[in-house]
Design a protein around this ligand. Structure first.
Ligand SMILES: NC(=O)c1ccc[n+]([C@@H]2O[C@H](COP(=O)([O-])OP(=O)(O)OC[C@H]3O[C@@H](n4cnc5c(N)ncnc54)[C@H](O)[C@@H]3O)[C@@H](O)[C@H]2O)c1
Length: 270
């Protein structure tokens, strides 16, 4: 299914850790659609070396960057423009991590150093990426920037813990920066709110298996897969969506607008 939707476009893709990663699928699809891009991830995430295979398959180079480090981000933006031979058209921020979640710390018993780390990695990094690109004038007119989020930013999912707060912050940054980047260079900024998906970050959430099944039955179309999410990202990077900006876009099979489904209500019958 290649339509040349990203032919001639250059990008930076954050967050491909392994084949399950949403960013991995985006990279594969972007390559199929004719884009050229740089892959990046935290230096520590490179240890397994899986990203090398993706780089080979998609003909792309890897520049390590901790998305919380302005120094790393400046280097990433400069080198990407060198490698790609000019300004960038799209950026995918596909990054999330909560230390409280990882270490099983309850929402009512947070260790605030860990909370701050989670905010920095999961949300403030989105601002840092955009601010670095903005100040370096690194994005072409009508470029497109995406972050990935989850509906726990709007509704309570208790085990999502402080990631819910991080996602609210992330979505707010998309709106606020979207205004400024729109004014500067017609660059659009959006978040995609994805169904629960079996990835390394996703499966770190307590009770994830039960939860993914619940979500499947609460969505008229079922859960959206990582590949379908990637396809949506491609459409958002293409010129077919030029006037969509400052939005939180649900990609969830209808979950966000469903009160209850027949399958779920039947579980409460006598
Ligand atoms: N999996 C789900 O259920 C789900 C649902 C909705 C939204 N999302 C969001 O999708 C995005 C991608 O997650 P995923 O599910 O593909 O999992 P993933 O674990 O494959 O990806 C998370 C990525 O974040 C990277 N990362 C962590 N700290 C970093 C840092 N300091 N600097 C740079 N990169 C860093 C990791 O190395 C990893 O590649 C995240 O924002 C996540 O919250 C996931």
């Amino acid at each position: 299914m290649a339509n040349g939707l990203l032919k001639g476009k250059k990008g930076i893709i954050f967050g491909a850790l392994n084949e399950q990663s949403i960013a991995w699928k985006v990279a594969e699809r972007a390559h199929e659609e004719g884009a050229e891009f740089v892959l990046t991830n935290a230096p520590i995430a490179m240890r397994m070396g899986e990203i090398n295979k993706l780089a080979e398959d998609t003909n792309s180079q890897i520049i390590p960057a901790d998305a919380t480090s302005l120094e790393d981000l400046e280097n990433l933006i400069d080198k990407s423009m060198e490698i790609l031979g000019g300004k960038i058209d799209f950026i995918l921020h596909s990054i999330g991590m909560s230390v409280n979640v990882r270490k099983g710390r309850h929402y009512t018993d947070q260790k605030y150093d860990w909370t701050m780390k989670g905010i920095d990695v999961s949300a403030m990094s989105f601002h840092k990426v955009m601010q670095t690109a903005y100040q370096k004038d690194a994005i072409n007119d009508w470029g497109s920037i995406l972050g990935l989020t989850y509906i726990a930013a709007q509704r309570v999912f208790p085990d999502y813990n402080d990631m819910a707060d991080n996602k609210s912050y992330l979505e707010s940054v998309a709106r606020s920066f979207g205004y400024h980047y729109g004014k500067k260079a017609n660059v659009r900024v959006n978040t995609i709110s994805q169904s629960p998906t079996m990835t390394t970050a996703g499966s770190g959430v307590k009770g994830f298996n039960e939860f993914i099944n619940y979500s499947e039955q609460m969505s008229p179309l079922g859960n959206a897969s990582a590949l379908d999410c990637a396809n949506y990202c491609i459409s958002m990077f293409s010129d077919l969506t030029k006037f969509v900006t400052m939005q939180n876009l649900f990609h969830d099979g209808g979950f966000s607008n469903t009160g209850v489904t027949q399958e779920v209500i039947e579980k409460f019958g006598d």
